[in-house]
Design a protein. Structure first.
Length: 252
């Protein structure tokens, strides 16, 4: 049983994976989901270079397409960057910002992420804002403190539920096969819900909070059944249609 609350979202983050040969996976996923009644939104976030191709493969299906990162400005002298408006034009309805791989590998701070999230919202898209503690922070008992700081620092003022999704992704659970216990997930998600109410008021209640980090078909049902877990952000297991379907099926 999935938990109560806002309509869930299962989003697949392909990261820097995928080529034209991989277009068969979203095609397959769309075919598998064709006659399935879903109680969740489904999205794939491929690398920008193949976004339009994925979008065209998914035309007329219920699967949405999202971007993985964007600059905060709509256009300008920013070599190598992509704006939210450009991703919108390519067919995206949401963009992931603040993923821990961006925080770590590109030195992104909460301040940068807030600017990026604001840019996404300006374009009329949904910002999927990622937060989560490192293993050292968890071991030091600082998880809730870190999550609070990241939320306060990276969720833009006046955010609403339609344009904001929070993804709780413990850094140590990403790509490692490790996951927090269900009690740990429930604890952090309840804390995020409380903080969102303080930051966003009534909109905080309707904002989706995804869990991410080693979600796979074998653990999805248990993780998704926790209170305040309104879907998943899936990395590795979103690359193969059959695996991703195994997770999405929690919401049938
Ligand atoms: P994973 O990645 O599912 O491969 O652990 C999740 C993420 O980084 O969004």
């Amino acid at each position: 049983m999935a938990s109560e609350g806002p309509r869930p979202l299962v989003a697949g983050n392909w990261k820097m994976n995928g080529s034209l040969t991989m277009l068969k996976e979203p095609r397959l996923l769309a075919a598998m989901l064709k006659d399935v009644r879903l109680k969740a939104d489904v999205m794939v976030c491929p690398p920008a270079i193949i976004l339009r191709r994925v979008k065209s493969v998914l035309k007329g299906t219920k699967i949405k397409v999202g971007g993985q990162d964007s600059h905060w400005n709509p256009s300008g002298a920013h070599t190598g960057d992509i704006s939210p408006e450009m991703l919108k034009e390519a067919g995206c309805s949401a963009i992931i910002v603040g993923h821990s791989e961006r925080r770590t590998n590109h030195g992104e701070t909460d301040e940068t992420i807030q600017k990026k999230a604001k840019g996404v919202q300006r374009a009329g898209l949904t910002a999927i804002i990622c937060i989560g503690e490192t293993l050292e922070e968890r071991k030091a008992g600082k998880t809730l403190e870190v999550v609070s700081r990241q939320l306060k620092g990276s969720v833009p003022e006046n955010s609403d539920a339609a344009h904001t999704v929070i993804a709780y992704e413990p850094v140590w659970a990403i790509g490692t096969g490790l996951t927090p216990t269900t009690a740990e997930v429930a604890e952090v998600h309840a804390h995020i819900r409380k903080e969102l109410a303080a930051i966003m008021g009534a909109e905080g209640t309707a904002t989706r909070i995804l869990y991410g980090g080693s979600v796979k078909p074998s653990n999805a049902a248990e993780l998704m059944s926790q209170p305040n877990v309104n879907g998943a952000l899936v990395g590795g297991a979103s690359l193969k249609a059959a695996d991703f379907l195994g997770i999405i099926k929690v919401y049938t």
